[in-house]
Write a protein that binds this ligand. Sequence first.
Ligand code: UGA
Length: 461
Amino acid sequence: MNIAVIGAGYVGLITAAGLAETGQRVICVDDDLRKIEILNSGAIPFYEPGLEELVRRNRQAKRLEFISKLEDAAAECQVIFICVGTPPQESGEADLSSVELVARRISGCARGYHLVIEKSTVPVQTGRRLQKHFAIYGSSSQFQCDVASNPEFLREGSGVEDFFHPDRIVVGVESEKAATLLKEIYQPVLEQTFACPVHDDCGKRSRVPFVVTDINSAELIKHASNSFLAMKISFINMIADLCEAVGANVGKVAEALGMDERIGASFLRPGVGFGGSCFPKDLQAFVRVGEDAGCDFSLLREVERINQRRIDMVVSKIKNELWVVRGKRVGVWGLAFKPRTDDVRSAPALAVIRRLLAEGAVVQAYDPQAMEKAKAEVPGIEYCADAYAAAQGAEALLALTEWDEFLHLDLARVRQSMVRPLIFDGRNMFSRAIMSEHGFEYLDIGSGGSARKPLPDAKQG
Ligand code: UGA
């Protein structure tokens, strides 16, 4: 089958390369000529483990090509995935102008039957609007079109693995034909019948559930999934604050909570809060959707508020330790919003650094992948060649992204290079015992070791 994927961003590129790997012929379109040039030169425009190799192999096999003209792809492909960006507007609402533009160009050129699939994260009822759009603007009387929703659940840093081994594939359709085409497209993934490009000995081989629903529900499943995961993180961060205040250990609390299958162990890691291009934006967009529909979404507003206050928490802990921050050298390990990506969009580390700069700190930072992108966002700091250089001469060191690399450092060397061996572990990635052994003052998140609140006095008589 010939498939067009519009948008060579994170979602589009993984989708295009993944579908090509399972045997489809894919034309990936982006109107950013520089991006197309990079892709045609055999490189990829961002860091994502395993993706470059996947793209290279499928280009060589002539199953994957990159072009800039949507019209050329639409002429050859019956199936079109829309994977363009839907960034937030000031109001929190998603900006759908790129989706609309793609729809307009499809309606201007398409002939015959097309299945147009929205994969970009969009608010519920976008599919309806697309259907209406195609009915109004379809320029040819021979143009027939089904619209479908097929939300993605790819995580940055493990997007390739998530493509091949998803927990479920959700499709929102309104015709048998659309459902059949989508099932055919995903058959190898549903049946797990492909040569796995991720694992030598592929562990996760059970059939993948194929959830067929109406378009509105599929769109809503995506926003609800991300909001629920964000809610788990804010929940555990709230519990972490309580643990610190009363002298309990959030690690143990989360471990035992997660053993209840109804709760589940994942997304209960406390820290400096969630970032990235998805959770913060999707949460805001979902709140808008809910409130516009007249529903009380204050629960999700609170999830967002708790997350924003994580930055205050970090800064106040550092200020409490350093007393006067102005002029003090602070090292930062980790800039990306999470490890295994170079993405710094809404990264908590950058928010913390901006606040420290406003307090007059001298900041020096290191990240294994994200420094180029961070430089464009936060210019006023020193970007270091490695983790040791970021610690050199510092009076506090903040670990804000849990890269594996930080777990394998020579701690004696780090300690010795610092003016004051104070480490704030914003991801609870280190062991308190090991840090103490090496002579660090160690602050983490939600450890009762630093209980602030004394027990209330027992009442007399
Ligand atoms: C998220 C979802 O997990 C994907 O399923 C979804 O497809 C994607 O958004 C999207 O909408 O495109 P992603 O943003 O790549 O994926 O990253 P996550 O692994 O979900 O992490 C998000 C943030 O939460 C990170 O800043 C991470 O550090 C933080 N986090 C995650 C925690 O603070 N604690 C946790 O326990 C888990």
